[in-house]
Design a protein around this ligand. Structure first.
Ligand code: SAM
Length: 216
């Protein structure tokens, strides 16, 4: 039988801490959330490897280090209301739920959204709400959000997301072309956008009105 706990510990120490993400609360969350349960069973033994994995619908669960880096950049507190665009497997949402107060996550693929909601329920995450829809428009009902994370790449910061970000809030998003992007950290100060580029990255596209347009 696969020793998932040992694989998880290796992922945390080598891929995450080894590359400089060492914030204790963040590390604790990565030690707690069982990543393999968020991927199709045929990939369980690869779930803690240093790369993304397919989750169906042509989509992926991001590389563990990228999930950790984006989480760390958000600097989450237990008081934060968090908006995630791109639920995918639900893994990032579970990590956010460990660190923030409430997580609102939007996914455009019904099948993925329902699967993620199912596993999040099974694992008893009561502070996560999942919405099926175009996340480029945000989720107006619960605004403002202290933290926003976009886990698909966009041509630029979708304007509705910046509007829904709280003053002093932080937003992380991959921005750039179709095949390579910059991970950027956006901060809202007196209503103005301050942008900082963090590193290069490659994400699946954000499909929607304020992303790469609608495909269906
Ligand atoms: N955060 C996810 C996880 O932990 O598994 C990984 C997300 S995957 C890299 C990107 C996701 O964004 C895909 O599931 C894709 O369907 C979704 N997506 C793309 N455009 C979207 C949009 N406009 N609104 C909501 N979700 C979108």
């Amino acid at each position: 039988m696969t020793d998932f706990k040992s694989l998880q510990e290796e992922m945390v120490t080598q891929q995450i801490m080894g590359r400089g993400v060492v914030t204790p609360r963040v590390i604790e969350a990565f030690r707690k959330v069982p990543r393999h349960l968020f991927v199709p069973e045929q990939f369980w033994s690869h779930a803690y490897n240093d790369h993304p994995l397919p989750i169906g619908e042509g989509q992926t669960i991001s590389q563990p280090y990228m999930v950790a880096l984006m989480t760390d950049l958000l600097d989450l507190s237990k008081e934060d209301k968090v908006l995630e665009i791109g639920t995918g497997s639900g893994y990032q949402a579970a990590i956010l739920a460990e660190l923030g107060k409430e997580v609102f996550t939007v996914e455009r693929h019904k099948l993925l959204a329902e699967r993620a909601e199912g596993i999040l329920k099974e694992l008893n995450y009561q502070n996560v709400k999942v919405l099926i829809g175009d996340g480029t428009k945000g989720w107006k009902e619960f605004l403002p959000y202290q933290k926003i994370i976009v886990t698909a790449s966009a041509p630029d910061v979708p304007q509705p997301l910046f509007v829904q970000l709280d003053e002093m809030g932080k937003l992380v998003i991959p921005v750039g072309g179709r095949w390579s992007q910059d991970l950027i950290l956006v901060q809202k100060r007196k209503g103005k956008m301050i942008r900082n580029s963090v590193c290069g990255c490659v994400f699946v596209p954000l499909i929607g009105e304020y992303g790469y347009g609608n495909v269906d």
